[in-house]
Design a protein. Structure first.
Length: 114
């Protein structure tokens, strides 16, 4: 069971720090865009249409959309045979997690110092 003090701290954190809302909305949007881009690229690959470059997909992963990218990869069975793409996507996931962990730690630090 979650400690009520922790839950209260989380609610206060979200209510007092607008940067938390901005980062959360950004993460949701970039992951949704990465997921939809994987779907679009898979659709275009089936129809022999214009494709999204791998570099664009990987950049989306490195700027925070790695979860959406990896979910899209396995949900749509797209780019699953390309080991280099998978490895770079996982590196993007680790980089994203580290970046956001550092960012949230900085926000928590400011919240508890004030």
């Amino acid at each position: 069971m979650i400690n009520l003090q922790i839950l209260q701290d989380i609610i206060i954190w979200f209510s007092q720090e607008p940067i938390v809302w901005m980062i959360t909305v950004y993460l949701v949007i970039i992951n949704f865009l990465a997921l939809m881009t994987m779907w679009w690229d898979k659709r275009r690959a089936r129809n022999d249409g214009w494709r999204v470059s791998e570099v664009t997909l990987l950049i989306m992963g490195f700027v925070g959309g790695a979860i959406g990218l990896i979910i899209g990869m396995f949900r749509f069975h797209h780019k699953t045979r390309k080991r280099a793409f998978q490895i770079i996507s996982i590196i993007g996931l680790v980089v994203s997690f580290l970046f956001y962990w550092i960012e949230f730690r900085a926000i928590l630090w400011n919240l508890y110092l004030i």
